[in-house]
Design a protein around this ligand. Structure first.
Ligand SMILES: C[S@@+](CC[C@H](N)C(=O)[O-])C[C@H]1O[C@@H](n2cnc3c(N)ncnc32)[C@H](O)[C@@H]1O
Length: 377
């Protein structure tokens, strides 16, 4: 951090200095407050675990207590609480966290390592960078969120952290805006050939029905538009894309929109490396016409779908707009309805007749394919 004076998280110096300065007394009271809350949380969790242990034969009391204690130990340090708070607001790299905290990179890395080992933070690689975010799938995800909620926000250091984070987000958003400005003309040229995108998006929402969507995957997410469209309908959204540039833009847009339950990851649609039977709904929106081997994309996607889960493929019906191949690198000039349905069938999915949205020169088709079976409750 910057200077020592006036900082809540000044963690060295003789105890007498604290008593000479009323501010430090206040800070001291604040830290006591946080620790008191952690202690109460421990008691509450302990009591809950005791009930679970007594009632559920599968509950491993010892392991759960160990996880809880490990999590609390990892969090019980001022800089690490600040890191948790920051990573709850955005996915950040070590370099960005170092800039915000004003501490050395090795020190910040050491704190991050501890928080990841305790399951409070998750780390994922994207090219040569690594991003950190608050855990949302580990066994300690609930503890991580509870701790962040307990951190009082009426504090100079935290306010400054969030101010610096805001500056980083602004730079990200400006990069995204530049990208859109640079590509707008190209996209408008294609958009003008088919129905308004809002119509396609409304048809997609309609196709998945009203039921809750727990886990949602957008394959070839690009700028994350489909995640945005589904954000209010889903518990957890993941977007996969091969392009780092696209992922940075998607991340900035999702952050600006406040969709903290959605994340984007670097990944290849031919080799998703995601757990099987994990997702309720998958979308492949305007991606297949770039794919060298669309059948493999569908088969790879189908494996990640839960029984009863739905795959939505959105692409153009077969067309003769050669310029899309020459100028826009489309590998396929659209698809026949039966072709995509057959690939779905080969992948073990039952496809319905696609919905057609006819535009000026291009028709958009929406295939809905369901993985048969019922999700075990
Ligand atoms: C036309 S964009 C569509 C983006 C998004 N689905 C949408 O409709 O807004 C196609 C996207 O597919 C991504 N893509 C291409 N090949 C891929 C691959 N092998 N794995 C993952 N994504 C890929 C591209 O990077 C690009 O972002």
């Amino acid at each position: 951090m910057g200077g020592k004076t006036g900082s809540l998280f000044w963690d060295s110096g003789p105890a007498l200095v604290w008593l000479h300065d009323i501010r430090y007394l206040l800070y001291f009271a604040l830290i006591i407050y946080i620790y008191k809350n952690i202690f109460m949380l421990l008691r509450r969790q302990g009591a809950r675990l005791a009930v679970n242990a007594a009632s559920g034969p599968d509950c491993n009391w010892g392991r759960m207590m160990e996880l809880l204690l490990q999590g609390l130990r990892a969090a019980a340090e001022p800089t690490r609480l600040r890191l948790l708070s920051l990573c709850a607001h955005a996915e950040l790299t070590v370099t960005e966290l170092t800039q915000i905290l004003g501490q050395s990179q090795p020190r910040v890395s050491r704190h991050l390592k501890l928080l990841c080992e305790a399951g409070l933070l998750e780390r994922h690689r994207e090219g040569t960078w690594a991003y950190y975010r608050l855990a949302d799938v580990s066994e300690c995800a609930h503890l991580a969120r509870t701790l962040v909620d307990l951190i009082p926000d009426c504090n100079d250091a935290l306010t400054r952290d969030l101010g610096r984070l805001g500056a980083i987000k602004q730079v990200r958003a400006a990069t995204a805006a530049d990208y859109f400005r640079a590509n707008a003309e190209r996209w408008d040229e294609i958009r003008s050939l088919y129905v308004p995108e809002q119509d396609v998006e409304a048809a997609l929402l309609n196709a998945v029905g009203d039921g809750p969507i727990n886990d949602f995957l957008d394959i070839g997410t690009g700028t994350g538009r489909i995640l945005e469209v589904f954000a209010s309908r889903i518990n957890r959204g993941t977007g996969i894309d091969l392009s780092h540039e696209m992922l940075q833009i998607a991340r900035a847009k999702l952050e600006t929109a406040g969709h903290r339950h959605c994340q984007v990851r670097h990944g290849d649609m031919y080799n998703l490396q995601l757990p099987t039977s994990e997702f309720d709904v998958l979308v492949v929106h305007q991606v297949l016409h770039y794919a060298e081997d669309p059948a493999v994309v569908i088969s790879e996607a189908a494996q990640t779908l839960r029984p009863g889960g739905k795959l939505l493929v959105v692409d153009f019906a077969a067309h003769d707009q050669e310029f899309l191949r020459a100028d826009h690198q489309h590998r396929w000039l659209g698809f026949e309805p039966e072709q995509v349905s057959a690939w779905c069938a080969e992948a073990g999915l039952k496809a319905q007749t696609p919905r057609e949205l006819a535009g000026r020169r291009l028709t958009v088709l929406i295939w809905l394919a369901v993985r048969e079976g019922v999700t075990p409750s």
